[in-house]
Design a protein around this ligand. Structure first.
Ligand SMILES: [Zn+2]
Ligand SMILES: [Zn+2]
Length: 251
């Protein structure tokens, strides 16, 4: 399984792309940085987008992906998410005011967009992968996604303030190769982390190690706090990799 980090920031600033991952070139997880990173050929390959939740840093480029693909697409793009997330996208973004309702648009070959509601702990196929959603602790409904192929699996957590719940979900998964976990702010912003539903390093510390063998990959650091957060994470003394935009990992 190939994981391409299109963006791993919890915000937007020069040199920091909002959250978006790409598995095996064809399945995106969140859409914060699809059209700002991938060229036309790369965008054409994406037929599936798993959406953790509808905060803008996770969906910002989805309207442009649909627009770029529409005129020539031969098959629909499918978005997967909770009923709440897809409903919010439809009423708040693809509402024919902010952006067209692409579920109602079709060219000569295809409807533009299909929405597929997925439910927690009910695995569903996505291209050649099997995906299982797990609920995160966040102010709005948010899923993390366990993504599996024949040989391995990775868990890409959505936004959350509860690292310990992720450790519990990932236990007893021997094929798990990596956990992507968000750490957004430094410890001094602990209160905001609790309110806004984000991890700070001191929330992570008691949950370590998250898994006996899976690699811990850190994402979603807020751009203007990156140096401070990285210093605090290193001080935890636990093995982890801080993701960077453009990283490509193979599992
Ligand atoms: Zn976020
Ligand atoms: Zn969020």
């Amino acid at each position: 399984m190939k994981l391409h980090v299109l963006g791993c920031s919890g915000g937007s600033a020069p040199g920091h792309q909002p959250t978006s991952f790409l598995v095996d070139d064809c399945v995106a997880i969140d859409g914060g940085a699809i059209t700002t990173v991938l060229c036309e050929e790369g965008q054409e390959k994406i037929d599936h987008v798993l959406i953790s939740h509808c905060h803008l840093d996770h969906v910002a480029t989805l309207p442009f992906l649909l627009d770029n693909r529409f005129a020539r697409q031969r098959r629909p793009i499918r978005f997967y998410g909770s009923e709440s997330t897809l409903d919010d996208l439809k009423t708040g973004l693809f509402n024919n005011r902010i952006w067209p309702d692409f579920t109602q648009l079709k060219n000569r070959k295809s409807v533009a967009l299909e929405l597929q509601i997925v439910h927690e702990h009910q695995p569903f196929p996505v291209a050649h992968l099997k995906v299982t959603a797990h609920t995160m602790v966040h102010p709005i409904p948010c899923f993390g996604f366990l993504v599996e192929d024949a040989d391995s699996s990775i868990f890409i957590a959505g936004d959350t303030s509860d690292a310990d719940a992720i450790r519990a979900f990932c236990a007893d998964r021997p094929t798990l190769k990596a956990i992507v976990l968000e750490v957004s702010w430094p410890d001094r912003m602990e209160e905001l982390g609790r309110i806004a539903g984000h991890v700070v390093p001191k929330f992570l510390a008691p949950a370590l190690p998250l898994h006996p063998s899976a690699e811990l990959l850190i994402s979603h650091v807020k751009p203007f706090y990156r140096d401070e957060v990285l210093t605090e994470l290193r001080a935890l003394g636990a093995p982890m990799r801080i993701l960077e935009d453009g990283d490509v990992l193979t599992f």
